[in-house]
Structure formats: C-alpha cells, structure tokens
Ligand binder design. Structure first.
Ligand code: FES
Length: 105
C-alpha cells in the first residue's frame, strides 16, 4: 500500500492509503470528497479532473492526445498541472503523490 495526499474542493488535505496498480481515478472516486468519474474512465466526461502537485508533475506519465483535447475544453484547465485522473496509472513510483480535486464543471 502507498500513501497519497488529496486536497478536496474546500482546500482540506486528506492523507489516504492508495493501492498501486489502479487508475488514480479509481482511488479518488471511492472518497466522499472525490471525483464523479461519470464516464467510468473512457476519457469523455472530464469529471475526474485533478491538479497534480507541481513537485510531482515530472514523475507522472505524460498525457496522450485524447486526454489533452478534453482538458483543453475545461474552464479551469491548468497546462502544467491538470490531468484526467482516469488516464493516470497509480504506481509505487507515485507513493506520496499529492493531488487536488478540481471544481465540478
Ligand atoms: S472518468 Fe470520464 S474522463 Fe475520466
């Protein structure tokens, strides 16, 4: 089990256990303050939008074009830190990751 810090929409930090081998979205949608992930990970709803802490951005695998296309449509898109959490594999290498849940769009 790895650890992760999740900042909810009210700015409150939560330290949680996170199981490597899952999509980041799958971890976050289990939380009361997590993501809706309406499309279930098909990269079509953007309700799994999160901001990766700047200290971790370089360690998270790069975006694919379909994820980028959807992110471009979001009003609160941040080029450096925005990700669709359904497109990010949570691995042991991300133990300690910090993410912030984006506002509902
Ligand atoms: S869950 Fe819909 S885009 Fe990620």
């Amino acid at each position: 089990m790895a650890r992760m810090t999740v900042v909810d929409r009210d700015g409150k930090e939560h330290a949680i256990d996170a199981k490597p081998g899952m999509k980041l979205m799958e971890i976050l949608r289990e939380l009361d303050y997590g993501v809706a992930a309406i499309c279930g990970g098909l990269c079509s709803c953007a309700t799994c939008h999160v901001f990766i802490d700047e200290a971790w951005v370089a360690r998270v695998p790069k975006k694919q074009s379909d994820e980028q296309d959807l992110l471009n449509e979001l009003p609160d898109y941040q080029p450096a830190t925005s990700r669709l959490s359904c497109q990010v594999d949570f691995t042991e290498a991300l133990d300690g990751l910090k993410v912030t849940i984006a506002a509902d769009t």
